[in-house]
Write a protein that binds this ligand. Structure first.
Ligand code: SF4
Length: 211
């Protein structure tokens, strides 16, 4: 069992986030985890990386009164949450049962189906209200430069994942980071691609040194 002083649950501007893992199949040039160990004072590097749903649920229970007053909770930490998809599904199922008014959102790199070699969207769809997938670029070449993926055909996998989320009627956002120094992200082309996949589109500004 993970010690409760690991930040599996943390808050930014009063909003709850769940930090499942340090692992990621990307190494994005703008990733905050290469720059510092904390986000607004919450240390997110986990000393152990075998987080189980019960470890997270235990921390949620400790903050029950705060969570009851929140409208949304987000799976987003220092790694890719869907690497731990079975645990994400277990935590989400628990949240839907205990906090039916709480919207559940996942921020993801969109590699999960390639990593797990199955359509995990089918497992997530009953519980997840919103999914934000990092499209990051208008083509494979730029994507590879920005995200340095460790899986094959990552850009195509991301687009397939976005489409799979849309097909399961999860509110799906394809996101890009604008103004990353030296990386030619074509925002307009990204928007066209996001919409052609049936997703909403979101641009987030590059923030040096993270949040
Ligand atoms: S996908 Fe997210 S966690 Fe992974 S390297 Fe990129 S910004 Fe960091």
């Amino acid at each position: 069992m993970i010690e409760v002083n690991e930040n599996l649950l943390y808050f930014l501007d009063g909003k709850p986030y769940i930090n499942m893992t340090n692992a990621c199949t990307n190494a994005c040039v703008f990733c905050v985890r290469d720059q510092k160990e904390d986000v607004q004072g919450a240390k997110l590097w986990l000393d152990k990386d075998n987080i189980l749903a019960n470890d997270v649920i235990k921390q949620i229970e400790l903050k029950k009164d705060v969570i009851l007053n929140c409208s949304e909770i987000v799976f987003c930490g220092y790694g890719e949450p869907l690497i731990r998809v079975d645990e994400v599904v277990r935590v989400s199922k628990y949240l839907k049962e205990k906090y039916p008014n709480l919207k559940i959102r996942i921020n993801t790199n969109g590699h999960a189906n390639a990593i797990h070699k199955r359509n995990v969207v089918l497992e997530l769809a009953p519980y997840i209200d919103i999914i934000s997938v990092s499209l990051n670029a208008q083509n494979e070449e730029v994507y590879n430069k920005i995200s340095n993926p460790k899986i094959e055909n990552a850009y195509e996998e991301v687009k397939r994942f976005i489409r799979a989320c849309v097909e399961e009627k999860i509110f799906t956002i394809a996101s890009v980071v604008a103004n990353v120094p030296n990386y030619p992200v074509d925002i307009q082309r990204c928007e066209v691609i996001a919409k052609s996949l049936g997703a909403k589109f979101r641009v987030r500004d590059f923030i040096p040194n993270g949040y």
